[in-house]
Design a protein around this ligand. Structure first.
Ligand code: GTP
Ligand code: MG
Length: 135
C-alpha cells in the first residue's frame, strides 16, 4: 500500500465541498489515515510549492492558499498517488473531465486556475516530502 497527501484547498472548504470530496475518496476505497484542518503560514506553503518558485502564478497561489483553511489528508491505498490524481482530474477545472472532482465541481465563472479545489502529490518522493510538511 502507498500513501499520498491530499489537500482540500481553501475554495473547496469555503464552498462546503469537503464532504462531497471525501465521499468520492472513500467510495474509491482509500483509507483516511489522518485528517486535519490547517491554516498554513507562508513558510509552510513556500516549502510545499518550492518547485513553482519563480513562476508567474507562484505568489498568487501562495496568497490564495493563505486565504482560508484547508483540509489536509493522509490517504492510503493501492496506487493511491496515481489514483487520487485520476479522481481529481487535470489542473485546469475548465477542461478537467466530467466525473472528476475538478471537472464536476470546478467553478467556471472567471476564477483562476489555482482555485481547483484539491491537491494530490504527484510521485512517491513528493508524497513523502509533502506528508512531512503537513503532518
Ligand atoms: P496539485 O495537485 O495542486 O499540485 O495540482 P497539479 O499537480 O495538477 O498542478 P501543478 O503542480 O502544476 O500546480 C500546482 C498548483 O498551482 C495547481 O493545482 C494550481 O492551483 C496552480 N497552478 C498551476 N498552473 C497554474 C497556472 O498556469 N495559473 C495559475 N493561476 N495557477 C496555476
Ligand atoms: Mg502538482
Amino acid at each position: 500500500t502507498e500513501e499520498t497527501l491530499v489537500l482540500v484547498k481553501p475554495d473547496g472548504v469555503a464552498r462546503g465541498l469537503t464532504g462531497a470530496i471525501l465521499a468520492r475518496i472513500e467510495a474509491k476505497g482509500y483509507a483516511l489515515v489522518d485528517i486535519r484542518l490547517v491554516e498554513p503560514d507562508r513558510e509552510t506553503l513556500e516549502r510545499h510549492y518550492a518547485e513553482h518558485e519563480g513562476k508567474p502564478f507562484y505568489e498568487p497561489l501562495v496568497e490564495f492558499m493563505m486565504s482560508g483553511p484547508s483540509v489536509a489528508i493522509r490517504l492510503a491505498g493501492n496506487r493511491v498517488i496515481e489514483g487520487f490524481r485520476s479522481l481529481a482530474g487535470t489542473t485546469d477545472p475548465t477542461t478537467a473531465a466530467p466525473g472528476t472532482i475538478r471537472g464536476d465541481f470546478g467553478r467556471d465563472w472567471g476564477l483562476k486556475v489555482q482555485q481547483n479545489l484539491v491537491h494530490g502529490s504527484d510521485s512517491p518522493e513528493s508524497a513523502a516530502r509533502e506528508l512531512d510538511i503537513w503532518f
